[in-house]
Design a protein around this ligand. Structure first.
Ligand code: BJW
Length: 248
């Protein structure tokens, strides 16, 4: 329930941070990772697709899997959850959006200064030096880097890889400084991203979770709304700021 305390906190806070995960993009048609039937990891082994070791062992398999995911994404548009969040941000003096998603749908919905903790699937870099590359010879999978000849890979963060240092620092700062922290559509199982909500709690923030099912954070959150982000975020926007998300 949206209580007067929550309305007051969101209406009067200067600094609000939000972290999103795959759940917010699920209603756009992008599979999550850990949902039991439909999540990517129910069908594919992350250790064979989302680690540097997997890439070195079979670069073609990994390259083609990400090419397939980019194709899926090409047909997807931001949903009401992305749109509501971008509208909520406009009501708050310092709103920092942090996402684990690599799909760019927050930016497509108009969100600005999004911190991408796990990279972006639309960017490509080389394995050895991280050269950013925008064009390549599509005959090979993966193609070589035009600058150094090493193999190209998606600019996403795989298991065992460091998160982009500046992005993580900015996210930690936002979590530590905010008055309200929103955790939306994430299972909270992947670190260090999952730790941000606890850092916010430790700094005294009000923590609000919106997720389709309970997570390890639920019991610690001040408010936990169980449901779809595409329903819950427009509801918050409507109940707190009397604003609606227009139909697409
Ligand atoms: C809805 C909904 C709707 C559905 N509305 N909700 C501490 C403890 C234990 C382990 C570690 C630790 N620290 C580090 C680790 C290791 C590891 C890790 O966390 N492992 C755990 C899984 C055990 N972490 C790492 O390796 C990270 N790197 C690192 O720590 O480096 C340190 C280092 C130091 C020194 C040297 C070297 C390294 C990197 C993590 C990278 C994660 N990468 C991926 C793939 C990205 C690329 C790609 O897209 O392919 O990121 S894995 C995947 O999980 C992806 C996601 O961003 C991430 C999080 O998933 P998310 O978003 O939470 O999705 P789901 O599916 O899990 O949850 C969706 C939720 O939405 C569900 O709850 C649904 O119910 C809900 N939902 N529909 C609202 N409509």
């Amino acid at each position: 329930m949206v209580t007067p305390e929550l309305i007051d906190a969101l209406k009067n806070s200067r600094r609000v941070a939000a972290i999103t995960g795959a759940g917010i993009s699920a209603e756009s048609g992008i599979p999550t990772f850990r949902d039991a039937q439909t999540g990517l990891w129910a069908k594919y082994d992350p250790m064979q697709l989302a680690t540097p070791e997997a890439f070195l062992e079979n670069p073609e398999r990994v390259w083609n899997w990400y090419a397939w995911r980019r194709e899926l994404l090409a047909a997807c548009r931001p949903n009401k959850g992305h749109q509501a969040l971008s509208r909520i941000a406009r009501h708050i003096p310092e709103f920092q959006l942090i996402t684990q998603n690599v799909d760019g749908l927050h930016q497509a919905a108009g969100s600005q200064d999004v911190i991408e903790l796990h990279g972006n699937i639309q960017r490509t870099k080389c394995f050895d030096h991280g050269h950013t590359v925008e064009q390549w010879d599509a005959q090979q999978a993966p193609p070589p880097c035009p600058y150094c000849g090493s193999l190209l890979r998606p600019d996403v963060v795989w298991f065992g890889e460091m998160l982009p240092v500046q992005a993580l620092q900015q996210a930690e700062q936002a979590a530590a400084r905010c008055e309200v922290f929103l955790s939306i559509g994430t299972s909270g199982q992947v670190y260090p991203a999952a730790d941000l909500a606890y850092q916010a709690l430790a700094s005294g923030a009000m923590v609000v979770e919106i997720n389709a099912e309970p997570t390890p954070l639920t019991a610690r959150a001040h408010y936990a709304f169980t449901g779809k982000a595409g329903d819950q975020l427009p509801r918050l926007l409507a109940e707190i700021w009397q604003e609606s998300v227009p139909d697409a």
